[in-house]
Design a protein around this ligand. Structure first.
Ligand code: ADP
Length: 556
């Protein structure tokens, strides 16, 4: 339970609602505990009818007790409504807070985090694990409180009636505990495994649906379907195993409780015969014992769900413990006046890989357009990633206008740089919203100017709804070259002093490329541009060509 205690941090802001429903629960338990007492009174009144008291008077007593009992049940129902409603809301809020905190944290994690794991695992955190926790908080943890109140109250009141009998009921408690421990040892690894397999299923589905074109063109439907089915089967078999334990647990616990009651009855009949116990007391006692069996049999469920929730929370905490990037506004603000860039002895390697950059020295003058060429994997794109601080160098410094970018805030740094990446990332939104992404509330004329500069205006005009056309997930409803032009327009609208074009014209036809270069000559001239390219036309537009091989600059 210790790790789940960290959940209290999320519960703290809702403590007044929680405290209020705690109070209601206390009242609910008190009402429940009054019922056996009323049962005793009822028995007394009924027995009196059979004895000496005048009939009218006794049945009046029975009537009063019965009415009182009815009142108690109504009160219990009302309190139950109150606690369910208020607690449910508080639990929902706790889980909502948790989801938002988790999402913000995941968003703040460095890209390296995602490069090292499946996206499906992260998605499973936001879906399955949060869902398990939400069920645990509202369905289990909070439902446990009134059960414990009632059980505790019942035991105390049983002691007041007949300590020797109560002792018997209490002796059973360690027995239950032992049973839970044994079962828990089997349930815990099962719960972990189950969630692991669930995450794999999400990962398979998520990856495959994103890879549909490849699946279809390579006609891999059957294999992928089998792979997914095998995964679902694995989950099913684990569920069966888990259900077998659960299914056995509850009846077993109930059986033990029933044996306890029978024992109590046997002892009680002796007590009754010897006059140590009045019949009314016996009725109360048995009603308390019955009240006690309810929480005890619920305990089995609670225990299993706690194990599952523990696993879910442990995974969540693991993600929450990952160090995020520094907050966007930490560090001094970088204001680029010129746009000079300098790499000074920069080395870097991706996790688990050999060096991608080795002691790179490179100076780019303000307003210069340099082309970076070299074979695949030479480290060209990595230069851009480090300049944006998507990764941090292991040695050396990168300076913009003579300022070490390690000391400036991420937000101010990234605002100065526009990137058209090799793999363009577009949103399932309109053309307009995609172009406007990097700049808050641009005017239509600014958006159009950027589209013209990127030579995107022609094709946009031919789209069915022009700038309002939805382009589909990742821009699937556009051609590769059109996607790149949108990405270019987006980068130009951001209007940064530094521009990184990573194979940005790779999808262009030669004529389009020449047109684009001519059109953007002005736009490029005012900026410092890193042009990662192999295309002769683009090379011709550069002031200087730098050649990279195996993480080093070999020629300038
Ligand atoms: P280029 O742009 O010159 O083709 P990159 O800078 O993209 O090359 O990559 C440099 C090297 O780093 C390559 O060997 C590549 O395999 C490796 N690499 C790139 N991205 C990652 C990553 N996220 N994780 C591990 N290795 C990577």
């Amino acid at each position: 339970m210790s790790d789940l205690r960290a959940l209290l941090v999320f519960a703290a802001p809702h403590r007044s609602a929680l405290a209020f429903s705690g109070l209601l629960m206390l009242c609910e338990s008190a009402a429940a505990l009054l019922v056996p007492w009323a049962g005793g009174l009822l028995t007394e009144a009924m027995l009196r009818t059979a004895d000496v008291t005048p009939v009218g008077l006794a049945s009046a007593g029975v009537g009063i007790v019965l009415t009182g009992m009815l009142g108690l049940f109504a009160l219990q129902a009302l309190l139950k409504f109150g606690t369910t409603y208020i607690l449910g809301n508080a639990a929902d809020k706790i889980v909502s807070d948790l989801k938002i905190r988790l999402y913000d944290h995941l968003q703040a994690l460095p890209l390296a985090y995602y490069h090292q794991r499946r996206l499906g695992d992260t998605l499973a955190l936001l879906t399955n694990d949060v869902y398990v926790l939400s069920g645990f908080i509202s369905g289990t943890a909070l439902a446990l409180v009134p059960l414990l109140f009632t059980a505790g109250g019942a035991v105390i009141l049983m002691f007041r009636i007949q300590p020797s009998l109560a002792l018997l009921a209490v002796i059973l408690i360690p027995l239950f505990y032992l049973l839970m421990k044994i079962v828990g040892r089997r349930l815990r690894p099962l719960a972990g495994q189950l969630q692991e397999e669930y995450a794999t299923a999400v990962a398979i589905a998520q990856e495959n649906l994103g890879m549909l074109p490849a699946i279809k063109t390579f006609t891999r439907e059957r294999q992928e379907s089998t792979r997914y089915r095998d995964q679902i089967d694995r989950i099913f078999r684990l569920n069966v195993k888990q259900r077998r334990i659960y299914a056995a647990l509850e009846p077993l616990v109930q059986l033990i409780a029933a044996v306890g009651i029978v024992l109590v009855l046997a002892l009680a009949s002796a007590d009754l015969a010897e006059g140590r116990l009045a019949p009314a007391q016996l009725v109360s006692f048995l009603l308390y014992a019955a009240l006690l069996t309810r929480p005890v049999s619920g305990l089995a469920n609670v225990y299993g769900q706690t194990q599952t929730a523990r696993g879910a929370f442990a995974r969540l905490q693991q993600a929450m413990d990952e160090p995020p990037e520094p907050a966007g506004d930490v560090g001094s603000a970088l204001t680029v006046v010129k746009g000079e860039i300098e790499f000074r002895g920069v080395s870097f390697g991706y996790a688990g890989r050999s060096a991608a950059l080795e002691r790179v020295d490179l100076q780019v003058a303000a307003g210069e357009t340099i082309a970076i060429v070299g074979p695949n994997g030479a480290g060209k794109s990595t230069l851009g990633h480090l300049l944006m601080r998507l990764h941090e160098p292991s040695a050396g410094q990168i300076l913009i206008d003579g300022i070490d970018i390690a000391s400036v805030s991420l937000e101010s740094l990234r605002r100065q740089i526009g990137v058209v990446p090799q793999h363009v990332l577009l949103f399932n939104a309109t053309v307009r919203d995609n172009i406007a992404y990097g700049r808050p509330e641009p005017s239509q004329s600014e958006i159009e100017a950027a589209a013209v500069a990127a030579r995107a205006d022609d094709f946009i005009a031919r789209l069915p709804q022009g700038y309002d056309t939805l382009i589909g997930d990742r821009g699937v409803r556009l051609s590769g070259g059109q996607q790149q032009r949108l990405a270019l327009a987006r980068a130009l609208l951001k209007d940064p002093p530094i521009l990184i074009l990573d194979e940005a014209t790779a999808m262009f036809d030669p004529q389009g490329e020449v047109e684009y270069l001519q059109a953007s000559r002005d736009a490029l001239k005012r900026r410092t541009v890193l042009l990662i390219t192999h295309r002769p036309a683009s090379l011709a537009a550069a002031d200087r060509i730098v050649r990279m091989e195996q993480g080093r600059i070999v020629e300038s």
